[in-house]
Design a protein around this ligand. Structure first.
Ligand code: NAP
Ligand code: ZN
Ligand code: ZN
Length: 354
């Protein structure tokens, strides 16, 4: 353990993030050491830092939308060399033997994947044996969990692809969204804005479903064909039974019935945001019209690489506000209020000023 690492960490569920130093492991033969350039700020970082999902151990370093350059490689690394532009998403380890890992769906590892932060560090060394994330200047990761970033994309704007991007791309692909379908993206935040871009790139007729009237114009710039205000009961009624697919990014438990009613017969709403109980789930929308509700968790390594390559080819990046690490606490407050267009990304060069 000799890789001195600077970071920002939450000291407790209620404390602001503050400077923190620790050591990362030296590279094992299959490890890649990365100098982190940028890290996106995902709403999950905030849920975890504030212990809203329970079980967070402190000090806690968030961050799982990491882009950086390879600084060193172990002697058995085959995919990467020093200087390569690479990414790390939400996963840094999994069992590699179970059926899900064999299918490249490491996020569903039967033996439990290791998250980039807050996961049980089975390789070792970190405080509390918990992984520490990307609000830091260096990270050591096994090459299986390292992704190649397209060099034509702005690395800061590409960072949120590693979570917001794959979390929206994966369900759109899995439920086979295609040209001409009417697809609704619910919630215009970090995930939602990428959902709009991907659904548009896949040729769908995209409807932004939002609680915020002022976001309508932006949604159209991002690629939405229509905007539906979820608080407008009359407009919601007109839109009943008309959607082929819904991607729901609302970050809290909520009443899903108004949204389920928007689906056509046999159509599916995929929930990616709320892990809290969904309230008032009535059987009616399921029984009448044979609709489904499903969930989806990020994406596996092969699909994440496919998504990055798709973004490289179609020049898709995230709309970001770049911040200094010293502004992270303000950024958290603004994210919770929905006041960000549409993802904060930390420039880790600013850590040197701490
Ligand atoms: P975000 O930037 O805060 O965006 C969420 C959006 O949802 C808001 O901008 C707002 O959009 C809408 N919203 C917020 N509160 C709402 C409420 N009470 N009722 C209805 N709409 C509401 O968050 P994010 O980073 O996109 O993340 C979204 C959620 O996905 C978080 O819970 C995050 O933890 C989770 N997540 C899941 C995965 C996964 O793999 N499943 C991966 C990453 C993140 P409008 O103003 O347009 O209504
Ligand atoms: Zn995330
Ligand atoms: Zn596994």
């Amino acid at each position: 353990m000799t890789i001195q690492t600077r970071a920002y960490a939450a000291p407790s569920a209620t404390g602001e993030l503050i400077p923190f130093a620790f050591e990362r492991r030296d590279p094992r033969p299959t490890d890649v050491v990365i100098d982190i350039l940028f890290c996106g700020v995902c709403h999950s970082d905030i849920h975890s830092a504030r212990n809203e999902w329970h079980g967070t151990q402190y000090p806690f370093v968030p961050g799982h939308e990491i882009v950086g350059r390879v600084n060193a490689v172990g002697n058995q690394v085959t995919k990467f060399k020093t200087g390569d532009l690479v990414g790390i998403g939400c996963l840094v380890d999994s069992c590699r033997n179970c059926p899900s890992c064999a299918d490249g769906l490491e996020q569903y590892c039967d033996n439990g994947f290791t998250g980039t932060y807050g996961g049980e560090d089975k390789i070792g060394g970190t405080p509390h044996q918990r992984t520490l994330g990307g609000y830091s200047d260096k990270i050591t990761v096994d090459e299986r969990f390292v992704l190649r970033m397209p060099e034509n994309l702005d690395p800061a704007a590409a960072a949120p692809l590693l979570c917001a991007g794959i979390t929206t791309y994966s369900p759109l692909m899995h439920w086979k969204v295609t040209k001409g379908q009417k697809v609704g993206i619910i919630g215009l935040g970090g995930l939602g804005h990428m959902g709009v871009k991907f659904a548009h790139a896949m040729g769908a007729h995209v409807v932004m479903i939002t609680t915020s009237p002022e976001k309508g114009a932006d949604a159209k710039k991002l690629g939405a064909d229509e905007v539906l205000l979820s608080k407008d009961a009359a407009a919601m009624k007109v839109a009943q039974n008309s959607f082929d697919f819904l991607l729901n990014t609302i970050p809290v438990g909520h009443d899903t019935n108004p949204y389920m009613g928007l689906l056509k017969r046999d159509a599916t709403m995929v929930v990616v945001g709320a892990v809290e109980p969904l309230t008032h789930v009535s059987g009616i929308p399921f029984i009448f019209r044979r609709r489904s509700m499903a969930g989806s968790l990020i994406g596996g390594l092969p699909e994440t690489q496919e998504m990055l390559d798709f973004c490289g080819k179609h020049n898709i990046v995230c709309d970001i506000e770049k911040i200094a690490i010293q502004d992270i606490n303000k950024a958290y407050e603004r994210t919770v209020k929905g006041d960000v267009k549409y993802r904060f990304v930390i420039d880790l060069a600013t850590l040197k000023k701490t």
